[in-house]
Ligand binder design. Structure first.
Ligand code: ADE
Length: 266
């Protein structure tokens, strides 16, 4: 079986991320060997007697930064390769050096989205660095980090929460974890949000399941769902519609619906 992605998490509180990987579909994916998971406690790489992992920033300012040295030793221990080692090795031997992709979770990073999750799901190994306090020493980013990634425009107190979001969105895209059919129909799969869904009972309070869904008419259901997806995406995420139109990723049926909603004929 394809070994899927190996997730290596470097953290001061690995138990937060460990708990998730041991539950639910992720645990099943790990048990089946579709993905691999390991974590390392950065504090184990602090050499002083108090296992200190943070200090005040040079130049002053609020809060503490994570020290570079324990983090650098943790990266070495998990087999990460510094960025310049690749350039050097390939200049010397012209051989490709296999490097894990090193990701630092930070509010100052590029925004994580489904496209990046898809890209990550094709990697051999992702090493995720979880920041705490005010962040990490810039020299670690310069020497080791390939991607600085944010999960949204807000500041979390814990990079572990962000790492969980990245791991979750990524592992489910690895071949064989979730059926292709489920992935095809979900939000972002083709630049639109997902359609509304209903289950039993048919009447909840005064609210009925839309009649078309009870009709058994597959083509009408498909058209209704596409129409709802377009309407909802226009209302909640017009940026996705703009992007899809610019990138020409929508088919003729979707474009016709967008035009219809934007300039109704009557
Ligand atoms: N650490 C703190 N805030 C974060 C965010 N928004 N994304 C990723 N990592 C973070």
């Amino acid at each position: 079986m394809d070994p899927g992605v190996k997730f290596t998490v470097l953290s001061l509180f690995p138990e937060i991320v460990d708990a998730y990987s041991a539950s639910s579909i992720m645990a099943k994916a790990v048990a089946r060997g579709a993905v691999t998971y390991r974590s390392v406690n950065i504090r184990d790489f602090a050499t002083d007697k108090h296992h200190k992992c943070d200090d005040a920033p040079y130049g002053g300012g609020a809060g503490m930064l994570m020290l570079g040295e324990p983090l650098g030793r943790a990266l070495e221990a998990v087999g990460a390769v510094p960025k310049d080692a690749v350039a050097q090795a390939s200049a010397e031997t012209s051989a490709d050096v296999q490097r894990a992709r090193v990701v630092y979770l930070s509010p100052a990073g590029r925004i994580f989205d489904q496209a990046l999750a898809r890209e990550f799901s094709r990697e051999r190994e992702l090493i995720l660095i979880c920041g705490r306090y005010e962040g990490i020493d810039q020299r670690i980013i310069d020497a080791w980090v390939d991607d600085e990634v944010s999960i949204g425009d807000y500041v979390l107190s814990s990079g572990e929460v962000a790492a969980l979001a990245v791991i979750d969105a990524t592992y489910r895209l690895v071949d064989g974890v979730i059926t292709a059919e489920s992935l095809d129909e979900e939000s972002f799969s083709d630049g639109l949000l997902e359609y509304p869904q209903y289950t039993r009972p048919e009447v909840y309070g005064t609210l009925r399941v839309p009649e078309v869904l009870l009709s058994g008419h597959h083509e009408q259901i498909r058209q209704w769902r596409l129409c709802k997806r377009v309407e909802k995406t226009l209302r909640l995420r017009p940026d996705l519609i703009r992007r899809g139109l610019e990138a020409r990723t929508f088919n003729a049926e979707t474009i016709a619906l967008i035009n219809e909603f934007e300039s109704p004929s009557d």
